[in-house]
Design a protein around this ligand. Structure first.
Ligand SMILES: [Mg+2]
Length: 251
């Protein structure tokens, strides 16, 4: 049993499941820059104009002008495969045949968006290694459930130097229904032998919290460090904090 102090609440949990983007690492810094870069690469490849550019970014739920991502849009919550399908649909709507559109997306967008993360794009939202070490020393297990690809998540954890502290990872390309379905949490709980009600889910989107609610997780903890706003998260969260910085592991 690990005691955690969150704001004024004291809770105990045997397993803490973290979302990755917007929770552990800076979403805008990573995906904002990457989406802009990869979107431009696709536009350039197909000789697209401003209309296509606007349609692509808005369909992804990304405002390229101010770098903001819609909390309930595909970029914020969908798996990479679905995000590539959105881009393909946009090209199809702008006169490309479906197969041709898919080929362009694969060559210029998917290869770019799904590239292994580099250190210059990964900025943590707190001292993740310190938090994970404290949780580990207090006896809590740690898992990651992300819509991003499994290998990308594993590589990000390696970049942060915390791979050996994480007991399980579920990615969007694992063969498990993704958020807001409860399956990923239930899968991790079964794998690690922890009852769902003994887990705390930490995430920055409604999808994270709804997944936790459906899985029967003990605590749904929302962080405001990502793409979700307080109002939209409040109805689905047990507790809301600014960032994972506010999780205190009791000795
Ligand atoms: Mg997130």
């Amino acid at each position: 049993m690990t005691k955690l102090r969150i704001d004024h609440a004291v809770i105990d949990a045997d397993l803490v499941i973290f979302d990755k983007d917007g929770t552990l690492i800076d979403f805008e810094f990573y995906w904002g820059e990457r989406t802009r870069r990869c979107g431009e690469r696709l536009i350039e490849r197909v000789g697209g104009d401003g209309t296509l550019r606007a349609a692509l970014f808005s369909s992804l739920g990304f405002d390229a002008a101010n770098g903001q991502t819609a909390g309930d849009g595909p970029l914020a919550t969908a798996t990479m495969t679905k995000i590539y399908t959105v881009a393909t649909v946009v090209l199809y709507q702008h006169g490309f045949g479906w197969d041709e559109a898919e080929a362009h997306v694969q060559a210029a967008f998917a290869s770019c968006m799904g590239a292994i993360p580099t250190g210059d794009l990964v900025r943590t939202l707190s001292d993740v290694p310190d938090l994970f070490r404290c949780l580990d020393q207090a006896g809590a297990k740690i898992a990651i459930v992300t819509s991003d690809d499994h290998a990308t998540a594993a590589e990000t954890l390696a970049l942060l130097g915390v791979s050996d502290l994480v007991s399980a990872i579920v990615g969007g390309d694992d063969d498990i229904p993704m958020k807001p379905a409860p399956d990923a949490i239930l899968h991790v709980c079964e794998q690690l032998g922890v009852a769902p009600q003994r887990t705390m889910m930490v995430g920055d989107t409604v999808a994270d919290l709804v997944m936790a609610g459906r899985a029967g997780a003990g605590v749904r903890l929302a962080v405001l460090s990502g793409v979700g706003g307080r109002t939209e998260l409040a109805t689905h969260a047990d507790l809301i904090i600014a960032s994972i910085d506010d999780i205190v592991v009791e000795p």
